[in-house]
Design a protein around this ligand. Structure first.
Ligand SMILES: C[S@@+](CC[C@H](N)C(=O)[O-])C[C@H]1O[C@@H](n2cnc3c(N)ncnc32)[C@H](O)[C@@H]1O
Length: 387
């Protein structure tokens, strides 16, 4: 997969979103196509929006349709016929006219388009999805006026995942406003929880932006988990290209540990891409301002921006969490119950948790039952205890 960065100049945040979506959906649909007979993709705010691609390839719906097509043809080559269906909703008549042009390009995917407000359609779309289908929902609005509870019919389905673009920068500002419609709107987006009280208490003592973000994202994630009955929620912050400020947060929710596992793999790749593309954008900006165009070609290659994730530090924090989840011998726990909880709290891969568990075993800190010789990382059924 090689997304064309040139069509994202000045909107590098969309590159990060599309990179994550493409990387994850390709793997997700590949995996689910082998287990399910029907896969459904719902794009509530389809666009196209600021698309530069000739064939709309830089849009969320095109990325999803291509991934559906790949999974379907992969299965077909192995003798399994699966049905793939995309529900694409777009309110703007102008964007909708472009959206409609996609249908003939994907004759192998059943596509239903709606020129409508997603908020009035989500229930009707949910009712159309067959019981046994796997569903992935993308909610990528321009703003934040969504009543999250109204998404319940769609998100509560048994086999369903969602990626929700939480417009953090706007929500953060709106969360401090006192006008009644704004207060009511934000309460619908982030239902329940004590986040207003927590924010007020922090503001009184001088909240840092990171603390405000933790409260808002934490409350929204919990609300989403409650409404959709999701077991795991993971946040990917997407920063403004030229400023070290979060523009939006892509909130992923799944009911399965395997979903979280695959998502973390893709998220780490996306965060690396984000570092690269922001570094390039910043250097491009500097060289444009300095009018040093001749410098530009050479510097864009070597400019990762490292403001995003300190992986070694995250792994150290994950190690502490892993230890805290394992009981002292003679009590024990199945390893398969532990690693998903570590992934739920930290941006690390399952592979990292397996490696840290193996090291702790070698150091004599952990005891595993059922670990055979030459096995490098633990299986889910091994029981583990702290020594
Ligand atoms: C951020 S863009 C979506 C971009 C797209 N998901 C992508 O990544 O390529 C949001 C889109 O939602 C549309 N929109 C805004 N409000 C809507 C609503 N209530 N229902 C459906 N579409 C809406 C806008 O016209 C715009 O095209």
């Amino acid at each position: 997969m090689a997304r064309d960065k040139a069509s994202y100049l000045g909107r590098e945040q969309a590159f990060v979103k599309h990179y994550l979506l493409e990387t994850y959906l390709e793997r997700l649909f590949q995996i689910t196509a082998s287990r399910f007979d029907q896969i459904v993709y719902v794009d509530g705010y389809s666009g196209p929006w600021q698309s530069q691609g000739q064939s709309l390839e830089d849009t969320s719906f095109c990325i999803a349709l291509s991934a559906l097509r790949k999974a379907k043809s992969f299965q077909a080559a192995r003798g399994k016929a699966i049905q793939v269906h995309a529900h694409l909703v777009e309110k703007s008549p102008r964007a909708y006219r472009l959206l409609e042009t996609i249908t003939p390009k994907f004759p192998d995917v059943r596509i239903s388009t709606y020129k409508a407000d997603f908020r009035s359609q989500s229930k009707a779309i949910a009712a159309q999805i067959p019981e046994g289908a796997f569903t992935f929902v993308l909610i990528d609005p321009k703003g934040w006026r969504i009543n999250t509870a109204e998404l319940a019919p769609l998100l509560r389905r048994k086999n369903c995942e969602v990626l929700f673009n939480f417009m953090f920068d706007f929500v953060n500002r709106a969360a401090s406003m006192t006008e009644a419609p704004t207060v009511a709107g934000i309460n619908e987006l982030i239902p329940g929880g004590e986040w207003r009280e927590q924010l007020a208490a922090l503001t009184a003592t001088g909240a840092t932006p990171a603390e405000r973000k933790q409260i808002l994202i934490g409350a929204f994630s919990q609300g989403l988990a409650d409404i959709g009955n999701f077991k795991f929620v993971a946040e990917t912050p997407v920063l403004r290209p030229l400023h070290d400020r979060v523009l939006y947060s892509l909130i992923f929710a799944t009911k399965k540990a395997r979903g979280l596992e695959v998502f973390r793999d893709c998220q780490l790749l996306a965060l690396t891409e984000q570092s690269k593309i922001r570094g390039e954008a910043k250097l491009r900006d500097i060289s444009t301002k300095a009018n040093q165009f001749e410098m530009f070609g050479s510097v864009t290659e070597m400019a990762p921006d490292d403001t995003l994730l300190d992986l070694p530090a995250e792994i150290r924090r994950a190690e502490a969490t892993l230890m805290s989840l394992i009981p002292l011998t003679p009590d024990s726990v199945a390893y398969g119950d532990v690693w998903p909880q570590v992934l739920a709290s930290h941006v690390v891969r399952r592979m990292h948790v397996g490696q840290m568990a193996a090291q702790m075993r070698t150091k004599g800190q952990l005891r595993f039952e059922g670990w055979p010789p030459r096995k490098r990382t633990p299986d889910d059924e091994y029981r583990v205890s702290r020594i």
